[in-house]
Design a protein around this ligand. Structure first.
Ligand SMILES: Cc1cc2nc3c(=O)[nH]c(=O)nc-3n(C[C@H](O)[C@H](O)[C@H](O)COP(=O)(O)OP(=O)(O)OC[C@H]3O[C@@H](n4cnc5c(N)ncnc54)[C@H](O)[C@@H]3O)c2cc1C
Length: 220
């Protein structure tokens, strides 16, 4: 899996801070960028701490994600407050086998061999169908959930907070959890105040919506 932050709103923390200041100030919006960095930082820390997170919607982040499974992207695109562009299986022929192997299968030699053989059979059939003149949009019906895909995702910071709460959780499926943790590491580098408490709900809110008392992260 490759995850790269390929774009974000310039001054990702200044804009939400200006928006927050606007709500409690007589200063005209176009004058807000003259506020000191120190003042804006303090305002942002306060609103984020209080959970008044509508202001962080003004900041967006774009990620390039490659070599993940269609299982992962099926879960990812359920997050509706986002924009997506995904590699098409109608227009791109996936002639070479390209798929994710779950670690629990990869660590068992016998299982891994059977898994790889199944994938080879599937791809042979996919290529057979293409050779027989079946269009890629139909041949792809034999491809598995494990098939590699590439996707570009843009989310605003508030939607990302929700995404991290749901998908960094130990209860989330391993592949999307891996993605969420990688995305979180990236955004923390450029927006450390906004994402200071970001992560599973046990970290960001001190609650466990799943009520998994046996989880090592269950809030004390
Ligand atoms: C561990 C786990 C297991 C899951 N299992 C399943 C499953 O078995 N089957 C399944 O179908 N899904 C499953 N999901 C997906 C889940 O139900 C959500 O669809 C997904 O996590 C997206 O979350 P979201 O709606 O909060 O995000 P977004 O779509 O980004 O929405 C963000 C927030 O905006 C608000 N919102 C968005 N759209 C609307 C709307 N139309 N009306 C009102 N408010 C809205 C809500 O407050 C929402 O929380 C699972 C998710 C997790 C994390």
């Amino acid at each position: 899996m490759n995850v790269k932050l390929i774009g974000f709103t310039p001054n990702p923390e200044k804009l939400p801070a200006m928006a927050a200041k606007l709500t409690h100030s007589k200063t005209k919006p176009e004058e807000l960028d003259k506020s000191s960095d120190k003042e804006l930082k303090a305002i942002l820390e306060q609103v984020v701490g209080l959970g008044h997170t509508s202001v962080i919607e003004h900041t967006c982040f774009t990620f390039a994600i490659s070599d993940v499974s269609r299982s992962l992207t099926h879960q990812l695109v359920r997050h509706r407050i986002a924009s997506y562009a995904q590699q098409s299986q109608r227009y791109v022929n996936l002639n070479e086998p390209c798929y994710v192997t779950p670690p629990k299968i990869a660590k068992d030699k016998k299982m891994k061999k059977a898994y790889d053989e199944t994938m080879d059979t599937i791809w042979k059939e996919y290529n057979n169908l293409l050779e027989l003149g079946i269009p890629a949009e139909d041949a792809r019906y034999v491809l598995p959930n494990a098939t590699h895909t590439n996707i570009i995702v843009t989310m605003n910071a508030r939607s990302l907070m929700n995404f991290f709460e749901l998908r960094c959780c130990l209860h989330a499926q391993w592949e999307i959890r891996q993605l969420a943790n990688k995305m979180l590491r990236e955004v923390k580098k450029v927006a450390p105040i906004i994402f200071k408490k970001a992560g599973p709900a046990c970290k960001s809110k001190g609650i466990c919506p799943e009520n998994k008392k046996d989880c090592p992260l269950y809030p004390k």
